[in-house]
Design a protein around this ligand. Sequence first.
Ligand code: HAM
Length: 428
Amino acid sequence: MANPGLKAYPGTRDFYPDDMDFRNWMAQKQRSVCERFGYREYGAPVLEYLDLYLRKSSEEIVSEQLYIFTDRGERKVAIRPEMTPTLARMVSSRPQQYILPLRWFSIANFMRYERPGRGRLREFYQLNVDLLGSDAISGDVEVLALACDIMKEYGAAPTDYVLRFSDRRLLDHSFSELNGDQLRELGRILDKKEKLNPEDFRKTVDDLGGQWQKKDLVQRVETFYELSLEKADGNPILEYLREIRDRLSEHVSVESFKFDPGIVRGFDYYTGLVFEMNDTDPSNARALFGGGRYDKLLSQFGKETIPAVGFGMGDVTLQDFLEVHNLRPALNEKSSLFLTMFSEDLARDTEKVAARLRSAGIQVELALDGNRKLGKQFDLAEKKGHSHAGVMGPEELANDAIRIKNLKTGEQKDVSVSDLDSSALAGI
Ligand code: HAM
C-alpha cells in the first residue's frame, strides 16, 4: 500500500477551525429546532458489539459497509454505521425509567465502508431525531414537520427541497402473493430504482419475475408506481397516508412534500411510514435525510413493544444543499479583539486587562511578543480576522483606558477598560 503520508483516511475529513465553525453552525440550527419541539439530546458510544447490527440494520450495511474488528479481548465489535439500533438498545435496557413518549435527538459521527463521492463519505455526521412510545399519527406528522422546520431554519425556500413519503406496508399489500424474502428483495430493487437507468430497472424486475415464476411482475410494479392518494379506494394504508398529507399541509407548504410509492428505504426495521428528503437541485442526487416508523425493532431487545418513528439527517448532503442554494453564511464576522502588547515590561498588565475584558464577555486574543513592532501586531490582528485591535501603552495604563481600533473602518477610540463590554466593542 502506498505511504499515506499526510493524507487522511479516504472518505474522512479533518475539520480545521473554519470547517468546525460551519459544522457547529449547522448543528446549532438542528439543536434549536429539536429543542423547540421538546426533544432532548443524548449520546452513545462509537463502538458496539457486532451482534447489535446483525438482523437489526440493513443487509447492505451489514454485509458490505460495516467496519468490523476483533478487540484485544476477542470480542467482535463494529463502529456504528447508524444510531437506530443503539437507540433501541438504550431505551429497551431501561424501559421503566422513562415516561413515554420519549422525544430524543443526537448529533454524532458514523462510519460506513462506501465508495466516497458527492454526498457520500465513509465518516459522516448525522442528526437523529426519534419519537418513541407512541404509534399516533400525530407523532408521524410531528416528525415530518420537524424535519421541514429544520430546512426552514436554514433559510431554504419550499421549492428547494422535497420530502417524499410512503408506507412500507403498501408493498406487502400490493404484492401479497410474495413471501417475506421476495418482498425484501423487491423492496431493495425499488429502493435502487433512481440509481438505475429505466431499461436496467425493468430488466432486473423482469429477471426476478422469471426467477419467481411471476410473469406479470413488471406490469405489477408499474401499477404499483401508479398508486395515488386521490384513489385510495378503501385501501387503509393510502387513507392513512392521505391523512398524514392533509395534516402536514397545515404546517408545511404543499410544494415541499409528496406521496411517492417508490420510497421503500433499505432498512429491514421499518414497518410503516417511510420518507426521504431530496434537494430539488439535480446536482445533489443523494438524500438529505431519511427515516420512518419502526414499531417492532425495540421488541427485539426487550420484553416491551415500543413503537417508534424518526429520521437521520447527514451533514455531507446538507452542506452540498446549503452551498448550492447560497445558504452557507460567512461565519467570521463576529466581533473579537486582538490585544497588542505594547512592550515586554507591560506584559503582566496587558494579561490582566485581557482577563478583565474576557470576564466582560469579549473574545480576546492576546499578542504574545512585546518586542514586535505595533504595526506588525496590527497586521497580524487583521490577518487573523479580528474585528478590533486594542493598544495599552503606559499612558492608557495610567488612566485604566485602552485604545480600540476598528480594523475594518480604521476608526479609533479611547475607552475606559471598565466600560468596555461586547456591545460597547461592537459599537466602535
Ligand atoms: P439512512 O438513510 O441510512 O438512515 O441515513 C440517513 C441520512 O444520513 C442520509 O439521507 C444521508 O444524509 C446521511 N448518510 C447516510 N450514509 C451516509 C454516507 N455514507 N455519507 C454521508 N451521509 C450519509 C439511517 O441511518 C436511519 N438510521 C435513520 C433513522 C433514524 N431512521 C429512524 N430513525
